[in-house]
Design a protein around this ligand. Structure first.
Ligand SMILES: Cc1ncc(COP(=O)(O)O)c(C=O)c1O
Length: 397
């Protein structure tokens, strides 16, 4: 059977070769600590009671196909959420619901890009975005995020990368894999760049409710109304509902510019009929249940981060920038100085010898063999023991 040539450059190291090796080891009876995905339910995080009640009491209401863009009540709740976060003019018709931000990213790239178009994407970058851009034969062009500047985008580098083919600039804010959060000054600089070059801003904000230490969050779309912006969000992380597949986008900016995209999204949405209706039922309730997320942040997420940092501080070879949001760290270790050929080889050896699965920095398109991503979701004691084992493993080389 023929396989499309677009698949040649599509890959996810989060669920790549090392992941499949981990599954093999599990099948052979080994216990593997899987720190490769941000999937809270697999680490004992349970669903909000408020959501459970909706699912058990109202499932009957989700049996039919619904509006291709999403159920009205869900889209209204999303509209209100984003109005409260600064998109003052958000309307229900600006909202599209999809099966996770993953499907939303696929829809957005499909309707926005032509072959050869370029999108500025962060380095490091969560692989969903690079893959979706590649799949429509467009080109991801990386701008550097600077570890010395708390992993914020290097605006000068972003500027250098703009060409006549650039159509959009992607922000992942708060960021995966670094846990960085961007301040207002930086966001204003991105807006200026987009304004100058006629670019659309794509802002993946799926972690905006997972702010640590009371750090304030600014949604870029709250800062301007003259640049077209696509803001994306979802319930996978803040409400630990990855499996329900619940994400959305909101269009903002000049309506003359967003209207054609709105029409194209509606057409594309209608081709796939509608997204999973069961998860749409829970959106209004979940967005009201901020207490669930706050309890998780104040409780397990803070404890787990403290344990991670304590253990990392004991590893001489490692340095890191503490995350301001989400549950990831992107520590630096010069693997080649510790006898590894590359970050990939480190991850493969760590799996074989310690049965710990992590994603090497190159899985996020980082261009040096000197980082890996830690997912801080296991309980504090287990996480601390695992990181101590990583430290001991590095020392044996
Ligand atoms: C930055 C970012 N965007 C999108 C997603 C995918 O989210 P969803 O479960 O809504 O498809 C993830 C998942 O890890 C993510 O980290």
């Amino acid at each position: 059977m023929q396989v499309s040539t677009v698949m040649t450059d599509v890959h996810s190291d989060i669920r790549g070769e090392t992941y499949y090796r981990a599954l093999e080891l599990e099948k052979a009876g080994e216990k593997i600590l899987k720190l490769n995905t941000g999937n809270p339910a697999t680490f004992g995080f349970t669903m909000p009671e408020s959501v459970k009640t909706v699912l058990t009491d109202r499932a009957e209401q989700a049996l039919g196909y619904c509006d291709v863009r999403g159920m009205a009540a869900a889209r209204e709740a999303i509209r209100d959420y984003h109005r409260a976060h600064g998109i003052r003019d958000a309307q229900t018709d600006d909202v599209f619901i999809g099966n996770g931000v993953s499907e939303i990213a696929s829809m957005l790239t499909t309707v926005s890009l032509n072959e050869g178009d370029e999108v500025l994407v962060p380095m490091p970058c969560y692989s969903l975005w690079v893959n979706q851009i590649v799949m429509v034969k467009a080109k991801p062009v990386f701008y550097r995020c600077d570890e010395q500047a708390d992993w914020c985008p290097d605006i000068a580098d972003m500027r250098r990368k703009v060409t006549a083919k650039t159509r959009a600039v992607l922000l992942i804010n708060p960021n995966n894999p670094t846990g960085a959060v961007y301040g207002e000054t930086l966001l204003q600089e991105v807006i200026s760049l987009a304004r100058e070059h006629g670019l659309t801003i794509w802002s993946d904000e799926i972690y905006d409710r997972l702010m640590m230490d009371g750090t304030p969050y600014t949604s870029i779309a709250s800062l301007c109304d003259d640049v077209p912006i696509v803001t994306m969000n979802g319930l996978s992380k803040s409400h630990c509902l990855c499996g329900l597949r619940c994400g959305w986008l909101v269009l903002s900016g000049p309506r003359a510019e967003t209207a054609p995209l709105n029409r194209a999204l509606t057409t594309l949405a209608s081709v796939r009929l509608c997204s999973n209706a069961l998860m749409q039922l829970v959106i209004p309730t979940a967005l009201e249940d901020a207490a669930y997320t706050e309890t998780m942040i104040q409780g397990r997420l803070s404890e787990q981060r403290a344990a991670t940092c304590r253990a990392l501080d004991r590893i001489e070879a490692a340095s890191y920038v503490p995350n301001k949001a989400a549950f990831y760290l992107f520590p630096r270790v010069e693997f080649t100085r510790y006898g590894f050929e590359s970050d990939k080889q480190f991850a493969a050896a760590l799996l074989e010898e310690e049965h710990i699965l992590v994603v090497p920095g190159s899985g996020f398109y980082w261009d040096q063999p000197d980082h890996f991503r830690l997912v801080m979701l296991p309980k504090a004691a287990e996480l601390e023991r695992a990181i101590d084992r990583i430290g001991a493993f590095l020392q044996t080389r």
